[in-house]
Design a binder for this molecule. Sequence first.
Ligand code: DSN
Length: 411
Amino acid sequence: MPPITAHDPEVAALIARETARQNAALTLVASENYASHAVLAAAGSALTNKYADGYPGARDYPGCEVCDDIETLARERLCRLFGAGHANVQPYSGSVANLAVYCALLNPGDRILSMKVEDGGHHTHGSPEHLSGRLYRAARYGVDPATGLLDYAEIAAAVRREQPALLICGGSFYPRTIDFGAFAEIADEAGTLCLADIAHLAGLIAGGQHPSPAGAVPLITTTTHKTLRGPRGGAILCDAEYAEEIDAAVYPCLQGGPLMHIIAAKAVCCAEAMTPAFKDYSRRVVANAKVLATALAAEGFSPFTGGTDTHLLVLDLAGAGIRGCDAEGALSRAGIAADRCPVPGRGEGYDTAGGIRLGTPAATTRGMGEEEMKALASLIAGILRNPHHPGRIGEARREVAQLARTFPVSP
Ligand code: DSN
């Protein structure tokens, strides 16, 4: 960071501290990852200096020729990666991407049907504290409490009962495959629009490890920084018939100037995600999550639904005598970041969460494989059995630090 060090040593020192923190600790937060040097370079480029309100060929500022080419490239790559008809790469975040879909295609007061937050849904899908819950009337479906799985017959019944204008699938901690085709069929039968929020699954879909909603579900939103391993931001994919309304909702309805440096970084991450190396990465992400789940089960901890098909698992701590927040704290003291999580079907909130969410995207980017997942499972089990034992936590911390040194963030 030489230019920052000379120009602003205070900020340079803080960035250096965060970089060191990321290197020394392990993150199993399922939504976190490490972007490549190329993605970071694009995000830190001179494109940040340019205003480019509008879209390629129709901007409100002069000098946007290069921005036009970059945005066109990012759109083309995103469409190619997911097999979509149209892409909007301007959303600042996944939250804005979701709002843009609602603004484009719903009227205030319309009904949304989405997954309960406490079962793995997202607050931008109609929670009362989010604008989506203030502008629209939200109804929720949950998982089957007996199996923890989505029950498509129940969801179809909820659609018939609630008559929503929009059915949303996708969320933050459902560990199993989502049958996007089933959601599309349910929505089609009811004449309802369907949105797939693939923020968590985007990288697995791009890498061929999870079925894609494209071609079945007409509206798709995502973030670009989770399993897709790009810059922090959002995007929308849709059938061509919705392109005009979606674009108008993003700009000028919700946003101002697009973040052209981030759009360039989105183009870079899409190119990376088309490589055989990324396909292999996403395969290893899922393989690692399965090994972690199996090894934790062998240690006596219960992965919710018995395991995972994806990049994450939810450990049900009910039988382990430890609350989610205490598990999060103990793991954190040992150098492992993982967030507490409600166990679906139990009506728990985040403050009363009885589970912990573990994800493998970041550890896999560091090069960890199945042996390291087994070692991590044993470390996690030891920490959760002795959450208040300073000696044991200290011992685990040293082992975590050694693992982190062996698998640095930027090899
Ligand atoms: N905050 C993200 C997550 O951790 O899953 C969802 O937006």
